[in-house]
Design a protein. Structure first.
Length: 359
């Protein structure tokens, strides 16, 4: 009997120990470390890129003002100086017109001298009552007619000499012949393009931009231009010209950007990338991974240093890009924002910042 009592006492002691173990409180779970950034409100513009090409600032199609047979033309691609002859047509017809005008001028000059002498003689005779007033008036009228014919002949000679210069095309400025439109021996019409001269010094980057960029003030912005084939080759430009109306097919506006000295080394026709920053606004830039939602509203998690807890903060997004979001409202400078694993975080959760973050 005594042995049985001892067994019961021992069993009770074991059960008591087991009960004590089951009532021990579990250890507290360590706060989860989070990645974060500190919000900073600053002026941020939208970076926009557009493709274009390098074009000469001056591109001048040249033609004759007369019909004629082409007798000379420079070759395509050569460099020319201002005033250098580019092409000429047969001069014989124009030279004949000059000779005719000179002969007519000589004839009218002789007639003028004769009319002047006659008028002077008749004035003297009239003063002596040797001729009638009608004869004097006739002499004066002949003199005026001779003077008018001489003036007309002088103008005709000047016109003929001017027309003779139209038989040549001369370069308006230093440049390069970029195109030809007729060959020697061909009869060309007045106004027909014969050669085209482009300036080899001044270059423009030409872009076709949508209306949205024009409305955002792109025409007043400095443009960074780089070659697509060699992004290291860059230049800076300013907008020089904007077409007043959109292209009827593409609905874009053509913009010409004047380049600095670095741009003068870019080859004509090269494809370029123009980059501008437009519409700067006070925004907070955050990694796209920080974005979450709270009851269907766009939000981020903000860390409270005092309680070490996270809280939803509803924000308004201005725009996105490939890697970042730009917050227009809802945050202030100094807010600590969780940036990774936000889908696993919860409102009110106690967390800790990774070492070195949130400073």
């Amino acid at each position: 009997m005594k042995t049985s009592i001892l067994k019961y006492v021992a069993l009770a002691g074991v059960l008591g120990l087991l009960a004590g173990c089951s009532e021990a409180e579990p250890e507290a779970k360590a706060p989860r470390p989070i990645k974060s950034v500190v919000a900073e409100i600053r002026s941020i513009g939208e970076t926009v890129s557009q493709t274009g090409e390098i074009r000469p600032r001056y591109e001048t199609p040249m033609s004759f003002r007369l019909d004629g047979q082409l007798t000379f033309r420079v070759e395509n691609g050569i460099e020319v100086k201002a005033g250098e002859r580019l092409a000429s047509i047969d001069k014989v017809p124009a030279q004949n017109n000059v000779l005719t005008a000179r002969a007519e001028l000589a004839t009218t000059q002789s007639a003028l001298e004769f009319a002047r002498l006659t008028a002077e003689r008749n004035r003297e005779l009239f003063s002596k009552n040797a001729i009638s007033r009608a004869q004097l008036q006739e002499a004066e009228a002949n003199l005026q007619t001779a003077q008018a014919r001489f003036a007309a002949a002088t103008t005709a000679l000047s016109t003929a000499e001017e027309t003779l210069t139209y038989t040549e095309i001369k370069a308006p400025r230093d440049g390069i012949v970029s195109a030809v439109g007729a060959n020697v021996g061909q009869v060309v019409q007045a106004g027909q393009q014969v050669v085209t001269v482009i300036s080899n010094q001044d270059r423009d980057a030409v872009f076709d931009i949508p209306e949205r960029l024009l409305n955002a003030g792109a025409e007043t912005t400095e443009v960074e231009v780089s070659l697509i084939s060699n992004p290291a080759a860059t230049a800076t430009g300013t907008v020089r010209e904007v077409t007043p109306s959109a292209d009827p097919i593409t609905r874009t506006f053509r913009v010409k950007v004047s380049l600095d000295d670095k741009g003068q080394r870019m080859p004509f026709g090269a494809a370029v990338l123009g980059t501008i920053v437009i519409s700067p606004r006070d925004l907070v830039e955050l990694p796209a991974s920080a974005l979450t939602n709270s009851n269907g509203a766009t939000a981020v998690f903000v860390f409270d240093k005092a309680s070490s807890k996270l809280a939803y903060r509803t924000v308004q997004i201005d725009r996105y890009d490939d890697q970042n979001i730009y917050v227009a409202s809802g945050l202030k400078t100094g807010d600590i924002i969780a940036t990774a694993g936000v889908s696993k975080l919860r409102d009110g959760e106690v967390v800790k910042l990774e070492a070195g973050e949130g400073q």
